[in-house]
Design a protein around this ligand. Structure first.
Ligand code: SAH
Length: 526
């Protein structure tokens, strides 16, 4: 046997061992899941069996997972991500001494909130030298200049990501080996398929309604939706019930989504030829018509929502703001007074255990995530259905996680804004509390790890079924993709070059569901 064959044989054997180990160690999940499914919904088991048994590798618009792409960082995940989590680059401000809230924050906050910009440095006087600044940098500086002071990190983040002219997402494809980061649907078709299984199970629990809104927030290249539809295409009753709504701000990504879904015309209202399902595009969830039961998918959407950052200082919690320094570069300063976002900080702090708060020097909050969640919860409580949120984040208050990634490397978030992705850990308890606060008709489940979520939905059986009917190259892609979705850390079966080592993200990504109580507990959150 040649060395290559030996290596191949060995890596496959080890993989099988790992997979079996996973199956064994996860057998609790599989058994309990099966029992739950049996007791909860009789048709679901059959649906899962038929779905998982389809041994078809999707014909994608791009290669499945090339050797090259296994060297990519899954979005914000590389060995350096572990080291740098909660320790971003270039955002430190003044060191605080006092660890208490100042009185200003606790007594009548609404009456006292204002921004005193006088203690902050103003941008330098207008210079006539030719500037090498990008359009976005000029725009950010002009906001700071004409406002007469710094802007919040959230405002900076929002401009950087989705400024209609020059935002990071707006004009280009940022995903994959050639882009800046890679996401789970791009890693393996199994991700979208498993999300499809979740959606079908929920639809089944909803009593198989004839018409359903299937909404995806931030669909990227549209890969998750395409894999979901391909996987579900044999379940015609399900696919026929769907009206798909894609929530996307980026014109460039909308175009790619239409290609991925094989839509024949360029209109905002069209149909995917994958299943004949109608698809329409919107900028916000509010634009999606109400009145139909709704299934909402948000994968790696919440982490792109703008966060406000706070730091403990001698005068209490101060918001970190972005200013322009004397040398014309961006820098972080602390607000001298409570800012409007302080109201959300107070709200978030009420949901946190006191002992957690007392340990923190930094806190990150995402008011847009709280507001979005409340819109989702209201819609689900009035129209029925549920939402699935999968993202990297914490089951606790987030301290300091905002990070910038350009071409698969961590960079300073203040450096060349618009050329790097900005994202922050998702605060899952804040989502749970926001949903529960606004409606008594919804229940929130999780977060559970992505590995638990995908494992309980049957990804082990799916990978096995796909491996039986594929080329060697596809088998390797399936193995590495599988590991990256459900594994933890470096793949123990990997025999290839170190720099291409698949890194498992199964425990760093979490899944949460918000479901109308009428629907009962969604799989696999039992
Ligand atoms: N879900 C995809 C892409 C995640 S990246 C995947 O997993 O591959 C974030 C996506 O959200 C992109 O499509 C981006 O254009 C979109 N997006 C970011 N902020 C948005 C906003 N405020 N409104 C609508 N879409 C947004």
């Amino acid at each position: 046997m040649s060395f290559c064959k030996l290596v191949k044989f060995y890596s496959i054997s080890v993989f099988h061992f790992c997979r079996l180990t996973l199956l064994f160690s996860d057998s609790r999940y599989i058994c309990s899941d099966t029992c739950n499914l049996q007791t909860a919904h009789k048709g679901t088991i059959e649906m899962l069996r038929r779905f998982i048994g389809q041994a078809s590798i999707a014909q994608r618009c791009r290669c499945l997972i090339s050797r090259q792409s296994s060297a990519d960082t899954l979005r914000r995940c590389s060995s350096s991500a572990t080291a740098s989590s909660q320790a971003p680059v270039g955002t430190s401000a003044e060191q605080p001494t006092n660890t208490q809230f100042s009185d200003d924050y606790t007594s009548q906050p609404a009456a006292r909130i204002s921004i005193d910009r006088s203690g902050l440095s103003n941008p330098p006087e207008h210079s006539h030298e030719t500037s090498k600044d990008s359009e976005l940098v000029k725009h950010l500086k002009s906001i700071i200049k004409f406002r007469g002071g710094p802007i919040s990190v959230a405002e900076y983040m929002e401009e950087v990501l989705i400024n209609p002219k020059a935002g990071f997402y707006i004009n280009r494809d940022v995903f994959g080996a050639e882009g800046d980061f890679i996401t789970s649907p791009e890693v393996s078709q199994m991700f979208g398929e498993m999300v499809g299984v979740w959606a079908m199970c929920l639809w089944e629990q909803m009593g198989q309604p004839d018409r359903v809104n299937l909404v995806e927030l931030g669909p990227g290249r549209g890969t998750l939706m395409a894999d979901l539809l391909r996987g579900a295409s044999k379940f015609e009753k399900f696919t026929k019930s769907l009206n798909i709504h894609m929530i996307e701000v980026s014109p460039a990504l909308k175009k790619i989504q239409k290609l991925t879904l094989k839509c024949e015309d360029e209109d905002e209202n069209t149909a995917t030829t994958l299943t004949g399902t109608p698809v329409s595009w919107h900028s916000t969830l509010e634009e999606v018509p109400t009145g139909l039961p709704t299934i909402i998918i948000a994968h790696e959407f919440y982490d792109a929502l703008p966060v406000h950052q706070f730091q403990k200082a001698s005068r209490g919690w101060c918001e970190k703001m972005i200013d322009v320094a004397e040398d014309s570069k961006f820098r972080v300063v602390l607000s001298p007074q409570p800012t409007p976002a302080t109201l959300y900080l107070l709200k978030r702090c009420k949901w946190a255990p006191t002992e957690d708060l007392s340990k923190l020097e930094h806190v990150e909050i995402c008011p847009k995530a709280m507001d979005l969640t409340q819109n989702i919860a209201k819609r689900i409580s009035s129209d029925g259905g549920g939402a699935l949120i999968i993202d990297y984040g914490l089951d606790g208050i987030v301290s300091d996680s905002l990070q910038a990634i350009r071409k698969h490397k961590f960079v300073n978030m203040l450096d060349d804004p618009g050329s790097a992705d900005l994202s922050a850990y998702v605060d899952f308890p804040a989502i749970k509390h926001s949903a529960e606060e606004v409606s008594e008709d919804v229940c929130v489940y999780g977060p559970i790890t992505q590995s638990h979520f995908l494992g309980n939905l049957g990804i082990n059986f799916r990978v096995e079924s796909l491996l039986q009917n594929c080329t060697e190259e596809q088998a390797e892609s399936l193995r590495t993709g599988y590991w990256r979705l459900v594994g933890e850390g470096e793949a123990p079966f990997w025999e290839g070059p170190n720099e291409q080592m698949p890194i498992g993200m199964g425990t760093r990504y979490l899944a949460m569901a918000i479901v109308n109580k009428k629907q009962g507990t969604p799989v696999p959150f039992h």
